[in-house]
Design a protein around this ligand. Structure first.
Ligand code: 6R9
Length: 695
């Protein structure tokens, strides 16, 4: 196909590596937001030593593998899949898909008929190959000095105990289990226990409010919820059990009652006797789990049986239950982890993401454990008790691969470099970035200061929906460009289209789509296949539409430019503007709300909310606070608006549609770029809003 050959040609023209290898320029950090004139020409080469030892050591080697992956996807992926344990081999057709809404229902299947279990492949398989005594999880608590670890053998025992408990509680293959836990080892344990018995886990990030948790419970109707009483995050105590109690009360009212609330007593945060208890429903984890058997037979499942649900934000107020299945997700997360981080068995790997997000699913739990890796799980806040905590942990565990989000990089680069340089960090080998575009200045600081100009950065572009990396560096294979996620992973065929959905070739910018499926792709939105089809495959028929804007430079490098839909990305967290708006209008004094994203120095984007009040209600500081509180309690603290802008009227077309384009310009004070306001029902509201912004 055209795009494939285009991409191959682009990479073929990358003859720069052999002559450039070994040269590592010391880049000068530039101030935040300031771009170099020739950003695209700014190449950062891996050292010769790094490349020589890398799994993929040159553009040519990548090209060879990439060519096979798109020309013979069945052969490419089944060779890799064969490295895992399958109780029964998949059928003749490795992949069957319909990616085109015009040809009927969207449908994606990989390794259909293959019988396997991802928990078995994470644990039992690695133990059988002699790694039972290798450390699987290295846990670091919120308080320095408080830690723990589990070998692969020990992890399997813990997983089996919980799996046995869940089975005794009546959880069967296909049943949903909601997990609302902080970053304790019990969180990956819970995910693996569900997978072991074929239950579908739905992890809800423990920063979500009772309302959000309840909304997810009502949607997926779990038999059991796994949680803990409380957690310390930095200096702050968070009473999770309070949130769960409120969520369960609300769900019960909506007709979804949960029989069992298995609660881990996190003694370091809160005494068990201080925990509010619902006799009959609540059960202490420590009272029942240690008594359960430490072996548990595996529930063998089809490659296309569901593995998990993870709710994410879209452009309407209702979160989408992204559903991933077992076989393709397993093969894809394992393979992307291995190549994007150039993983070697001696590595110690730390991803700072929470398992409540997709990054924690694919690259804290499944991808690394499938590779038999040693994984650091950190409970606390990355800047607690001070800005050096991450590097203290890196030195303590000799972390060699460190994967984090641009927002953390930006917040740490505001502090003195001394917080970094007082630690050795010499164990570091590869750095990673995910969640949002990383601005070149943050990239340089990460590269120069954290990585001592030694460690390539894998800027991995992907989504909850994609299951794993779609565009990512392979760190030994080609030079990096600060701010670019570089090239597509094996088997991925990115396409940039214009407004009309026509593919654009060569150097260009437009909407980022994908031409055909990859094994880790999500298969549906839980309970709403139609929304799956319209939201992702309807905009540009024939393609999967990511919702992101993107450009491709003359060397074929991809540059992600952020969401082009009504989703904003705050500190790498996806938030739908409609969700925040519906939280705001639930406030009795708020009549209407319009939310837009604005540039934010640390968070990437901040939340800017225009609110119209109920007739006769005066705007005040108390009301502002109360509106922000409403969003915190409806969604979670991470979604709290950074700015509330009182709007007696909103700019609307004559048909009543809010013109967000204008609101975005007002929010970012680009007042000379307001554009044509003559089509507004009442053009006067614009001046009124501008005046109120200055007030
Ligand atoms: C993995 C994850 C997905 C959205 C995605 C895009 C943004 C993620 C990025 C990136 C530029 C990167 N995004 N990684 N943008 N460069 N390396 O974050 O999933 O929470 O579903 O968010 O995040 O806008 O569309 P998710």
């Amino acid at each position: 196909s055209m795009t494939t050959s285009n991409h191959l040609r682009h990479v073929e023209s990358l003859s720069i590596l052999p002559s450039g290898a070994g040269k590592i320029p010391r880049l000068n950090a530039v101030i935040l937001g300031e771009a170099l004139a020739s950003e695209e020409d700014d190449l950062v080469f891996p050292s010769q030593e790094f490349s020589q030892n890398a799994l993929v050591s040159s553009p040519q080697k990548y090209l060879e593998m990439y060519r096979r992956s798109v020309e013979d996807p069945a052969g490419f992926w089944s060779d890799i899949a064969s490295e895992f344990y399958w109780k029964g081999k998949w059928g003749k057709q490795v992949c069957s898909e319909n990616f085109d809404v015009r040809k009927g229902r969207i449908n994606i299947e990989w390794f259909k008929g293959g019988i396997t279990n991802i928990c078995y492949n994470c644990l039992d398989r690695n133990i059988e190959s002699g790694n039972g005594d290798k450390i699987a999880l290295l846990w670091e608590g919120n308080e320095p000095g408080c830690d723990g670890s589990l070998t692969y053998n020990q992890l399997l025992e813990k997983v089996c105990q919980l799996a046995n408990y869940l089975k005794d509680a009546g959880v069967r293959k296909g049943d949903a289990v909601v997990i609302y836990l902080p970053m304790l080892m019990e969180l990956p344990i819970a995910m693996l226990a569900c997978a072991r018995i074929g239950a579908v886990h739905s992890v809800v990030f423990a920063g979500f409010s009772a309302e959000s948790l309840s909304q997810r419970i009502v949607d997926c109707k779990p038999k059991v919820i796994l949680t803990c009483n409380a957690v310390m995050r930095g200096p702050k105590l968070i009473n999770l059990k309070h949130i769960v109690d409120a969520a369960l009360a609300e769900s019960t009212q909506k007709g979804v009652a949960i029989d069992i609330c298995l609660t881990y007593g996190n003694d370091l945060a809160m005494k068990r006797e201080d925990t509010k208890w619902h006799e009959g429903r609540d059960i202490w984890w420590q009272d029942v789990i240690p008594k359960c058997g430490t072996t548990c037979p595996v529930e063998w499942v089809d490659a296309e049986d569901p593995l998990f649900l993870l709710y994410t934000s879209g452009s309407t107020g209702k979160p989408k239950g992204v559903l991933h299945t077992t076989g393709g997700y397993m093969v894809y997360t394992a393979t992307t982890f291995k190549y994007a981080f150039d993983y070697k068995p001696i590595d110690v790997y730390w991803c700072t993401a929470d398992c409540g997000w997709i990054t924690g699913h694919s690259y804290v739990t499944y991808g690394p454990l499938l590779n038999g890796a040693t994984v650091v799980v950190y409970e606390g806040a990355p800047n607690y008790p001070n800005a050096g905590r991450c590097w203290e942990i890196v030195d303590k565990f000799k972390v060699s691969i460190f994967y984090t989000a641009p927002t953390l990089v930006r917040s740490l680069m505001r502090e003195a470099d001394e917080h970094v340089t007082r630690y050795s960090r010499k164990s570091l080998r590869v750095l990673g970035s995910v969640g949002e575009p990383i601005n070149p200045s943050a990239w340089r600081w990460f590269f120069n200061v954290v990585g001592d100009s030694r460690c390539p950065i894998s800027d991995t572009w992907w989504q909850t929906e994609t299951g794993g990396f779609l565009i990512t560096p392979l760190p030994g294979a080609w030079p990096l460009k600060p701010g670019s996620a570089t090239f597509p992973f094996f088997g991925v065929q990115p396409v940039i289209v214009d407004e009309k959905g026509s593919e654009i070739e060569g150097e260009c910018s437009g909407y980022l789509c994908v031409r055909s499926s990859w094994p880790g792709a999500f298969r549906t939105l839980y309970g709403d296949h139609e929304r799956y089809e319209t939201a992702y495959f309807g905009a540009f028929p024939g393609y999967y539409f990511s919702g992101d804007g993107c450009s491709r430079d003359k060397d074929g490098y991809y540059w992600l430019t952020g969401r082009v839909d009504d989703v904003i990305n705050v500190s790498g967290h996806r938030i739908g503007t409609a969700e925040v708006e519906s939280a705001l209008v639930s406030h009795p004094q708020c009549a209407e709300a319009a939310v837009v994203g604005v540039e934010h120095e640390v968070k990437g984007q901040g939340i800017y909310a225009f609110v119209t009040l109920v007739e006769g209600v005066p705007y005040s500081e108390d009301l502002r606070k109360s509106l922000v509180t409403t969003v915190r309690t409806q969604i979670g603290a991470f979604a709290a608006p950074d700015r509330i802008h009182w709007a007696p009227g909103l700019p609307k077309t004559r048909s009543g549609k809010i013109m967000r384009r204008i609101l975005r310009k007002i929010a970012s004070r680009q007042l000379d770029e307001l554009g044509d306001t003559s089509t507004l029902a009442d053009p006067g509201v614009v001046d009124q809003l501008i005046t109120l912004a200055d007030a």
